[in-house]
Ligand binder design. Structure first.
Ligand code: SF4
Length: 454
């Protein structure tokens, strides 16, 4: 049967002609479309898993188009990416939706000024204390304790690094492929042993972190780790390589409740400079990762930029646009943001857009005002005094006592620093952080279920 005979609206002669115009060697693509056409024509022809696999092939085709053309698509290519996106969605059996449009939204955002409210936060002539006070009011209003008490909850979580293998060359990262270091990947038992240490310290919410190494850090491996940790009573989010929609579905089925995926920089040209080789060089694949995770049903999504890489005002504008875009498409999403700053980097990498403490505080406050309902997350990259100050102002989730190397919680070893992704600056133990937060009037929360953000 030729494409178009199926009567299925999504696969028609027009699409076939589009493929012929875009591809020099269209045979494989046309064959795939024939399979898709048959699957859509007769829903009983394929098992759900087979349809999902087919949807994944269509999804990968779309990203090949996007990535090979590095954002410079002809009209035909652009139309084909939209048609493939909808076809993938139709195959997966999801509700009909408009095509993904984050790329065009970001392009528009780049040409627009920041809102007056954000400008006011970033304006160095406005006293910093006034900016912080405004952010604090908004934070307290949206994250007040649901029980009517005066204390605002602060969720504590811990990163659990399961692998420092990575094929990428991100210029700013200690795990980058050319960096000589001992590489290690925890097996499931070792991951549980790490989690046991964290559990004894009080943590119930873990962020499983891994580099990108497709041969080793597979969806199956991650699903086994997530499933095992979930089975131990932890709520588990993941910060790993971007996955396909099917991959995220598998991780959700394994128990993952959240996905953190930072774009680092939203500027495609800067992005290609900082990510010269490896899978992370695929800008579009990463950019739409959070949306794929949301489509797979994961409801806690974390976005972020790595401060230092790009112009912080531009990056903040793009980050806000990304967050709003996701909230519009997935109104029940629990969105969080983080603004990690580059302090130390390998091979003397120096961040071209240094962000000082005052600007950092202003950026965090601006983010709070821009999207009041979003959680703001702060890691141990920042010093204790700054973390304390930002906690009072706008932060709702913090890590504490972190290790950024695989196995680091058990080993307390002397060579840990040589295997870590970035240096931990706030060296306080979880107990010390808890004590300080409590003295400062916070109610420390270890379980997601205890949170009642409004
Ligand atoms: S930032 Fe992530 S992807 Fe890049 S080198 Fe580090 S671990 Fe690998």
């Amino acid at each position: 049967m030729a494409i178009g005979e199926s009567g299925a609206g999504a696969v028609d002669c027009e699409l076939e002609e589009l493929v012929l115009r875009v591809n020099d060697h269209p045979e494989v693509r046309l064959k795939l479309l024939t399979e898709v056409s048959r699957a859509l024509e007769d829903c009983s022809r394929l098992m759900p898993a087979e349809r999902a696999t087919l949807a994944e092939k269509v999804e990968r085709w779309r990203y090949q188009l996007l990535n090979h053309n590095a954002g410079h698509l002809s009209d035909d290519q652009s139309e084909l990416t939209q048609r493939l996106d909808l076809l993938m969605n139709q195959l997966s059996g999801s509700e009909p939706r408009p095509p993904r449009s984050l790329l065009s939204i970001l392009a528009t955002t780049r040409s627009q000024p920041l809102s007056a409210e954000i400008e006011a936060c970033l304006d160095p002539r406005r006293p910093l204390q006034a900016v912080e006070a405004a952010a604090r009011v908004v934070t307290d209003r949206h994250f007040a304790a649901g029980d009517g008490s005066a204390s605002r909850p602060m969720l504590l979580y811990a990163p659990l690094y399961v692998s420092n293998h990575c094929i990428n060359h991100c210029l700013y990262c200690g795990f980058r492929y050319p960096n000589p270091m001992d590489r290690e990947q925890l097996d499931v038992a070792q991951a549980i042993a790490e989690a046991d240490v964290l559990g004894r310290r009080g943590f119930r919410h873990l962020l499983v972190v891994a580099g990108e190494y497709p041969r080793l850090i597979t969806v199956d491996y991650l699903a086994r780790v997530v499933s095992a940790l979930t089975g131990q009573g932890f709520a588990v989010a993941i910060e790993v390589a971007p996955q396909s929609t099917l991959g995220y579905s598998q991780l959700r089925a394994a128990g993952a409740v959240g996905v953190t995926l930072y774009q680092e920089t939203y500027d495609p040209e800067r992005y290609s400079i900082y990510h010269p080789k490896g899978t992370k060089a695929w800008y579009d694949w990463r950019l739409e990762g959070p949306e794929r995770a949301a489509e797979a049903g994961i409801r806690r999504i974390g976005l972020g930029i790595l401060l230092g890489l790009g112009d912080p005002r531009e990056e903040l504008g793009a980050l806000i646009a990304h967050g709003r875009y996701l909230l519009e498409r997935f109104p029940d999403l629990k969105l969080s943001f983080s603004l990690p700053r580059i302090h130390d980097a390998p091979d003397s990498f120096s961040a071209p857009h240094h962000v000082d403490d005052e600007t950092f505080i202003r950026l965090c406050c601006a983010l709070r005002l821009a999207i009041p309902c979003a959680n703001l997350v702060l890691s141990t990259r920042e010093p204790a005094h700054l973390r304390n100050r930002l906690a009072r102002t706008c932060i709702t989730q913090m890590s504490a006592g972190s290790s950024t190397s695989p196995g680091g919680y058990q080993k307390h070893d002397r060579d840990g620093a040589s295997r870590e992704q970035f240096p931990v600056v706030d060296q306080r133990s979880p107990e010390e952080v808890v004590r300080h937060l409590t003295e400062d009037g916070f109610r420390v929360v270890w379980n997601l279920s205890e949170l009642q953000a409004r």
